[in-house]
Design a protein around this ligand. Structure first.
Ligand SMILES: Nc1ncnc2c1ncn2[C@@H]1O[C@H](COP(=O)(O)OP(=O)(O)O)[C@@H](O)[C@H]1O
Ligand SMILES: [Mg+2]
Length: 295
């Protein structure tokens, strides 16, 4: 069971006092790796006995981690952080109910959900900071060279960046999911149906699909001033009508980024290589690069 599965199952059972203790741990985690009980009592302004009771409940639900060292301390785990974000989105009238998981990635869990007005949305919970080379690289782009950066902060930053990107790009008519809302490490967006390009076995008219991808990269570049910077066959969705969507934008860069051309060229290279390998469609990288830049 993923953290998201745990969160989606238990958040309804949580009482206001549970959330108060969870929020207090979140707040104090900016100062401690493991938050001492005494701090929680102060921040929550609940009797110690009550805090202890809430901590044991949260522990049982699998939402916090209890560390025993030279003192006893607590930290949120991902499911606990998920619950805080879900609760905030429910309270804000953004979400009403959860459905099934749509995708479990290395850097996210994506869930199907409903808004109070009955609209279906996708809920993407960012997961960063579990160590991998790719994440470390992504991370350096986000935060420069700060040494200790918690998974909490990294995941929130990724969600903020992705939501920001969608808000810039979507109104320009680029084929991306519609941004709906964001809280902490969670982005709510329009739900899309389709399959990752990497998994599509039979693609009629690959030339046309490639043109459509390039047109959208160009639109994002010239109308929104945005470069995806992690574009590949894994972040292109082929809809049932064989039109495309480009997803997964947290690492986007602006045109004035010092390495903008490098990222754009890399994005295009990934896509062109995929189409060459899989569909024998050939394009010249430099031609395409000039096309996207509007020259
Ligand atoms: N808006 C959405 N609607 C439906 N499914 C989605 C949506 N966004 C992502 N997904 C699913 O979740 C998977 C991972 O999403 P992605 O944004 O690429 O995150 P990651 O950073 O984990 O790669 C996608 O391949 C897709 O299957
Ligand atoms: Mg992806």
């Amino acid at each position: 069971m993923s953290s998201a599965d745990i969160a989606v199952r238990v958040y309804r059972e949580l009482e206001p006092e549970d959330f108060r203790v969870l929020s207090a741990i979140e707040l104090e985690m900016s100062r401690h790796r493991y938050v001492p009980m005494s701090d929680l009592v102060k921040v929550c302004r609940l009797p110690e006995k009550e805090v202890k009771y809430r901590l044991s409940r949260l522990d049982e639900f699998g939402l916090i981690y209890r560390w025993v060292g030279f003192y006893v301390g607590y930290s949120l785990n991902m499911a606990g952080y998920d619950c805080l974000a879900i609760n905030a989105l429910v309270k804000a009238g953004v979400l009403e109910a959860f459905g099934k998981p749509l995708g479990v990635g290395k850097e996210s869990d994506v869930y199907d959900a409903l808004t109070p007005s009955g609209e279906r949305v996708a809920v993407k919970m960012h997961r960063l900071g579990r160590t991998s080379f790719r994440q470390t690289r992504r991370l350096r782009d986000y935060v420069g060279n700060r040494r200790h950066v918690s998974w909490l902060y990294q995941s929130r930053l990724a969600a903020e960046k992705e939501f920001e990107a969608l808000k810039i790009i979507y109104p320009c008519g680029v084929a991306v999911p519609k941004p709906v809302s964001q809280n902490r490490h969670v982005v709510v967006m329009g739900i899309i149906e389709g399959e990752e390009l990497s998994r599509v076995v039979d693609l009629p008219e690959p030339e046309r699909v490639l043109d459509e991808i390039l047109l959208n990269v160009r639109k994002a570049y010239s109308d929104a001033g945005v470069i995806h910077a992690d574009l590949s066959e894994f972040n292109v969705i082929i809809k049932p009508d064989f039109h495309i969507l480009i997803i997964d934008w947290p690492q986007y860069v602006r045109l004035d980024h010092p390495n903008a051309d490098y990222y754009l060229r890399r994005d295009l290279k990934n896509i062109l290589q995929f189409f060459k390998r899989k569909f024998r469609v050939r394009r010249d990288l430099e031609d395409v690069f000039r096309y996207v830049k509007g020259r």
